[in-house]
Design a protein around this ligand. Structure first.
Ligand code: KG4
Ligand code: ZN
Length: 339
């Protein structure tokens, strides 16, 4: 089975061709056009600019993929959550393709796509044991999800304010490190001392599985207001200390939730999954605290927004005969997982 994936929910225009053969999923083609440089000038994503660039680029990427209707068994597209104007471009394009090519169409939840990234390259039917716990960490979401199988989700914790990626982006802005903030802050953190500043670990000792990152962000702001000039070393120290606070909180809550819910597998999902400290700390913590549980982390290629993960989630939906009609499918910018 071959699935064409299309992702345009934010600022990456991406297309991919997924093949599931002998039960193993592999990506045959994958093209992503990043808009980051265009948005960097504004310090964040400008929705109108994003949509216009998706509309210009998406037909070219599909053309470059060089596939015909005969080669695919379905078209999967991100239907939400995301920026409505960006989603509109991708879903309308996918609807037109499905109609013109007379192929099944499936709208995919972007977060489910991030989770599905963990199946790429694996034997799809039997790769993991459930119940599983997912730590979703992206620019818009920070959630802990109990997963009883693919498509079966219960959210057991989420952020009360900023998402983890959003906190990275805001701290980068305060420090003038550019956009997107996650990669910039983590790069500077390599040069800094994680214990140089005692930033708070919000809600760490609360028994629930919720997060809050806005207080941590404000703590960084108050620190910066203490004086006008900060040396390069001090900026690196702030980055390292901030990153350590975020990662420690994310990992501690995830381990606690996995323990309570007796999770057999822990998945990491979303753009912040690209963070090296998070990847290493989670892996080590699971080994030490929950030796019978395995930690699964997506390949770096599939952490930030991409169409391969959308094709993967689309494959699962299409296999379960869950499809949409080109006439009726509408983007949903607030689509919650599992609904
Ligand atoms: O999943 P994603 O690509 O887009 C959304 O669905 O939001 O996640 C983007 C977020 C941004 O906030 C970005 O700063 C963050 O992921 N991010 C990182 C890293 N790479 C991307 N955060 C921390 N460390 C990274 N290496
Ligand atoms: Zn995303």
């Amino acid at each position: 089975m071959r699935v064409l994936g299309i992702e345009t929910s934010c600022d990456e225009t991406s297309v991919a061709l997924l093949r599931v053969s002998k039960g193993v999923a592999s990506i045959e083609k994958h093209l992503t056009a990043s808009q980051i440089l265009k948005h960097a000038a504004y310090g964040g994503v400008v929705p109108e600019v994003a949509a216009r660039l998706h509309a210009e680029t998406l037909p070219l990427l599909i053309d470059e993929l060089g596939i015909s209707a005969k080669e695919i068994d379905g078209v999967a597209v991100t239907r939400g959550p995301g920026l409505i104007t960006s989603l509109r471009v991708g879903t309308d394009f996918a609807r037109a393709l499905a109609y013109g090519w007379d192929r099944p169409l499936v709208g995919v939840n972007h977060i489910e796509g991030h989770i599905a990234a963990n199946w790429i390259g694996k034997k799809v039917a039997s790769a993991y044991r459930f119940p599983a716990l997912v730590l979703v960490v992206s620019g818009g979401h920070t959630e802990i999800i109990l997963m009883k199988g693919f498509g079966k989700y219960e959210r057991i914790g989420s952020t009360l304010d900023d998402a983890a990626g959003e906190a990275f982006d805001k701290v980068a802005k305060m420090l003038d490190l550019g956009y997107p903030g996650g990669p910039a802050v983590s790069k500077r953190a390599l040069l800094g001392k994680p214990d140089a500043f005692a930033f708070p670990r919000p809600l760490l000792n609360k028994p629930n599985f919720d997060f809050s990152f806005s207080g941590l962000k404000t703590a960084v702001l108050y620190t910066l207001q203490r004086k006008k000039e900060w040396s390069a070393q001090e900026v690196s120290d702030i980055c390292a200390s901030f990153q350590a606070a975020v990662v420690e909180t994310l990992v501690a809550k995830t381990i606690r939730a996995a323990n309570v819910k007796k999770a057999k597998t822990i998945f990491l999902a979303g753009g912040v999954a690209a963070n090296t400290l998070l990847r290493e700390t989670l892996t080590t913590a699971v080994k030490n605290a929950l030796p019978k549980t395995i930690a699964v982390i997506p390949d770096l290629l599939y952490c930030t927004d991409n169409a391969a993960m959308i094709a993967m989630a689309g494959y699962f939906r299409l296999s379960k005969k869950k499809q949409d009609t080109w006439k009726g499918m509408e983007p949903d910018p607030n689509w919650e997982l599992g609904i």
